[in-house]
Design a protein around this ligand. Sequence first.
Ligand code: URA
Length: 235
Amino acid sequence: MRLNKFISTAGVCSRRKADELIKNGFIKVNGKVVDELGVIIDEKKDSIEVEGKKISLPLSYLYILLNKPKGYACTANDEKGRKTIYDLIDLPDRLFSIGRLDYDTEGAIILTNDGEFANRVAHPSYEIEKEYIVKIEGDIKESELAVLRKGVVIDGERLPRAGVKLLNFENNCSRISVVIHEGQNHQVKKMFEAIGKSIKLLKRIRIGNLKLGGLKRGEYRFLKDLEIVSLLEAK
Ligand code: URA
């Protein structure tokens, strides 16, 4: 296996960043600094250190889909001491979430101990579609939906286009489906803020072809092989 792939799969960083670490002399293979790119290592025998710390690959790879409830942070250690998604998962391995959902957002989030997979799927160039259900108080005009579709302008910068559809209007609330190729933090909230609407509920229901389906809040399930492949192939 290539050294940069090993470092990425072990969850240290992306392959590109691994190349930087290698070039800057931060990586040792069997106790010796390796600072050239393209080196092949034997992942079963060689000992790899990143800045003096030995790293290893997981014994088996885990990929799960969690239905994150609101009121959980997507970090391992929340600086405010709040509950985190890791309180919901009772697996022995250290998992990384692919992207993040805000504390008050609920819905689909993928976690894995395969750092290479996480880096690939999270990379903006992958442009995986994410679908959200947004609930706002009151109605929303077709002209406002059109602004969201075109991409709202914030501080002179246009956010990317979005697929936006009004699903229904009931009990003085509008339910809207929003499909984005996520690039920015709080992207959906920013979109609605820009048209003067505050979000009452934000839920991610789909990542690529992967749907939340009947998964209950706070529950998770393992991904099927085909689902893993489909995420790697998604565009
Ligand atoms: N957009 C947001 O504003 N928040 C999220 O949690 C996800 C997408």
